[in-house]
Each structure stands twice: as structure tokens, then as C-alpha cells.
Design a protein around this ligand. Sequence first.
Ligand SMILES: Nc1ncnc2c1ncn2[C@@H]1O[C@H](COP(=O)(O)OP(=O)(O)OP(=O)(O)O)[C@@H](O)[C@H]1O
Ligand SMILES: [Mg+2]
Length: 573
Amino acid sequence: MFNKIKEKYHLSDAEAILIKKGILFNTLSNISKMLPVGICAYVLSQMYSIITNKNYSVELPILMYLGVSATAILLMILLSYIEYTKTFIDIYQESANRRISISEFLRKLPLSFFAKRDISDLTTVVMTDTSGIEHALAHVIPQCYGTVLSTVVIFLSMLIFNFKMAMSLFWVIPIAFAVVLLSRKLQKSYSEKFKSEKLASSDQIQTILEMIKEIKSFSLEEKQKKSIKVQLDAFEKKQRESELFSATILASAQMVLKLGIATVILVGAYLLLHGEIDLFTYIIFLFSAGLIYDPIHALMNSLTEIFSTDVLVKRMDDIKKEHINVEPFSAKTDDMSIKFDNVTFGYDDEDVLKNVTFTVKSGSKTALVGSSGSGKSTVLKLAAGFYKASSGNIFLGGTDISNVDDESLLKYYSVVFQDVLLFDGTIMDNIRLGNKNATDDEVIKAAKLANCDSFVSNLPNGYMTTIGENGKLLSGGEKQRISIARAIIKDAPIVLLDEVTSALDIQNENLIQKAVSHITRNKTVIVIAHKLNTIKDCDNILVFDKGKIVEQGTHEELLKQNGYYKKLYDMSA
Ligand SMILES: Nc1ncnc2c1ncn2[C@@H]1O[C@H](COP(=O)(O)OP(=O)(O)OP(=O)(O)O)[C@@H](O)[C@H]1O
Ligand SMILES: [Mg+2]
């Protein structure tokens, strides 16, 4: 049974031991809570004997009772304290590793996974779902097991003590459990519906925040307000339904439990009157009836929480089922040729690249040209291993990269993409991302080559200026120059450049062209440029149209063909 829990929650060995400890202390702590019942009942029955003069003993050992009671209280406090420190806190610390491991797992997944999955959904898995599981592991599972074990121990002792009274106390427990367990399926479905509405709501809020500029500039506020209200109302409705359902089930189970108190009073009174039990036994069972159902009720509360963690665990498992390319890539020779062999690829159902075949020789420069949306950037993303081809193969230095780990592959690439991504840190750190061992001087040298120096010197703290989330304090051209500096400092054998000059003015463009020629020297290069006069000296030019290569050759050869390239060239000239 415990192994099942271990498997379900993917517990580490350390966590499993902690939880076992938690169960042990919880069981002992629950049993210790019954001690005062015994003591009180004994004192009362002694007093009763004195009053009724049946067993008149003058030396009422008050001190002994006080001593025993104080010890019992101390024991209870001690057990609760150990339960708290040794289990809850340690389990929370162990659980932090779960969050780190799922983040690590996500980091290793190919980009294609993130194209399919929603980012706010993934954030919820890493932050909220793991919290839910942590709470269940620290506060719920040890308690559930502890309550079951302590109840069994108490039940057996009471059964030995007095069979009929024990039955009148415990008969309600299986019925109350049946009520909760039978509702499990429904509970799960309510919880799933509520979770998905919650996700849809946070998704919509995130989209609105991301698109706030567009919404304002197109005066879409009213429309947005209406649609978010509809979504939030739906979320609230599902939340209410889910909570109402749980509360109803719990209240019903609690009512069943309360019936136990009534049967103890009635059966006890009957047995007492018929002389089958003494007052001491009756009092013990009355006190027990007041205490025994509390942990059971708490357990039922917890069961509903455990049922709802099923959904959380499933969401986490779904991510873990994703395929990770585990084989690290390591180039065996200096051959840095890139080969696409009959590659077809689509982000979703529609193919964006169709049967693309070409070779970029090691150390040569190839340019990709073609109209917008023809698939040029997609070729670069596939070459760098961000996405995997739907069919066909891509080779680097003769090795098929379809099964290699992205991270080890990317060591061989310097990439400058259209959509530059910067993190909220200093300019220095953003450039250093290209090579984490680079010294400050090396970073500044690369920045100068990429023509960043002119705008960086105008910033308040120069290279130490923090640039805001995704560089929101910088212009598009400035971001691209930082990205070029990154590529310069990385100095990888293959360079992929996507429209590096698109966001730059003429003056900057010339300077950048110089920097680009500096980083591309002696490298294997694939470059995308709309300005065709910048790629005249490339060894090969691939002309794309609607995901296919329609022409290829050098600039001169392609002009001679007088085809699509010539048309594009004439247009751009
Ligand atoms: N992440 C994505 N998810 C879904 N579709 C995408 C994604 N990125 C690109 N596409 C689609 O794939 C097609 C090719 O896009 P790609 O970016 O490769 O074109 P491109 O030739 O680089 O265009 P441009 O010259 O405008 O940069 C387009 O139809 C585009 O809408
Ligand atoms: Mg593009």
C-alpha cells in the first residue's frame, strides 16, 4: 500500500522515510490523545466509589493522578512537536527538490513541446500543483495513515475492553467512509472542471496583459472586459460547484459519525441499567465518543484533498511522459557541414517545409532568401535542433541530430534570431550568456564589435544597467545588437543569422555588416537576409517559396537563370 503511494507521488527514498516517520509520530500522537480519557474516567469512577461509599479509601492519590495527567500532557505536546519538526519541515524541504526537478525536466524538453503547451499552464504545474502535492505529503498523507493506524489500535483495545460498547462506537465509521469513497469519481470530475476553468481564466488574463498595447490602440477594452467577465463567471461557477459538492459530502459523513455518539449513549445506558457494564466503562466510552470522531472527520476532509491531488499528479506525469532526447551530441571531426535530407516539418497540422534537401559545406556560407512566411526562419530553428523534423533527417558533420540533446548541440551554434530574447538582468550578463566564462573586458570588446558601445554608454549605469523584462527598455535594433554581441563572444563553429539587419538604420547596418563579417570568417554560416545585395558573395543561395526550395546556386548563377531569384533581386534593388 505504501509502495503505491511512493510510486504515485514519485517519492524519493529520503521522502518515503520521512513520511513513514510522520505516520509513526502521528499514530502515537493520536493514541496519546486518548490518555486523558482513561485518566479522567478513572478519577471520576474513583470519586463515584467514594461518594457511594462502596470502596471508601481515604488516601485519594490526588498527587499521583496529577502526576500521571501532567506526564500525559507532556507526552502529547512532545509527540506533536516531533511530528511537526521532524516531518512537516523536512518533507517541505525534500519537496522543494521536486519543484527543481520538474523545472530541470522542462528545461531539457525540445522547443516543440513549448509550442504545443501553454506557458501559464506549465507555470501552474511548477508552482501551484507542486505546492498542492507538497501540502498533501506534509499534512495529509501521514495524517491519513496515522489516523487509520491509531483508530485500528484504539478499536482493537476497546473491542477487548468491551465488545458491545466498542461496536456501538465504531459502527458508523465504515458507513461514513463509504459515503466519501463512493463520491470520489464525481469529486474528481468536479475538481477537473474547476481546474480547467481556472487555467482558462489565468490564460486569458495573461494574454490580455501581453497584448495590452494592441488592446488599447484598437480600443478593444470593452470587448475584452466582457469576455473576461464571461470567463471569470464560468470559473466562479465551477469553483462553487466543486466546493459545494465536497462540503455536502463531508457534512453528510459527519452527520453519520455523530450518530455514533447517540448509539454509545443509548447502548451504554441500556447495558448500565442491566448491569452489563459499570459506570467506569460507560464514562470511558462517552469520553471516547467525544474524541474519536475528530481525527476521522479530519481524515475525510483530507481524503477529498487526496482525491484532488490525483489531478495534480496526473498533470505532472503528463509532462514527465514527454520524450527527452538524452543522447548528448559531440562532434567527432572538424566537419561542420549541415545536411537537410528530404525534410518535412509543420508547427501544427500544416506543413511549413516540404521535402527540403540541401547541404551547407563545412566552412561555407549559404544564404536563404524568399518571401515572408516561406519557411526560412523555420530552417534555422530545425538546424539548431529547436524543433524536430516530422519526416526526413538533418545531419551535422554526418551525425543525425534527430535524437540528440538540444543543449549539447547548441554548443556548436551561435544564433541571432529575428525575435531576440533577453532576460531581466544587466547588459553585461545578457551578453555573457554567449560564454559564461568571458571576462568583463571580453564582453565589452564583443559589444564594441557589435556596435553596442554607442548606446550602452548613454545608459545610466553603462554595461551594468538592468534592461527590464525581455529588454523592454531597449529598441529592437539595440536588442539585436546585444544578440550579435552574444554570438561574437560565443565564437561557435556554426553561425545562424536571421535578418540581423532588419531592425537597424543604414548607418548601423554598415557597422553591423562589418561585425557580422568578423564573426562569420572561417565558420559554417547560414544567413537569412531580405536585402539581397548583402549576400552576393555567399557560396550558395537557396531560394524558398511556400516551404520548398525553388532555385539554388551562386548569385551569378541565379541571375543567369532569370527566374524567381532574379525577380526578388530586381525588387529589392
Ligand atoms: N511558432 C510557430 N507556430 C506556428 N506556426 C509558425 C510558428 N513560426 C512560424 N510559423 C508559420 O510557419 C510559416 C513559416 O514561417 P517562417 O518564420 O519560417 O517564415 P520566414 O520565411 O522566416 O518569414 P519572414 O521572412 O517573414 O521571417 C509561416 O506560415 C508562419 O506563420
Ligand atoms: Mg523569418
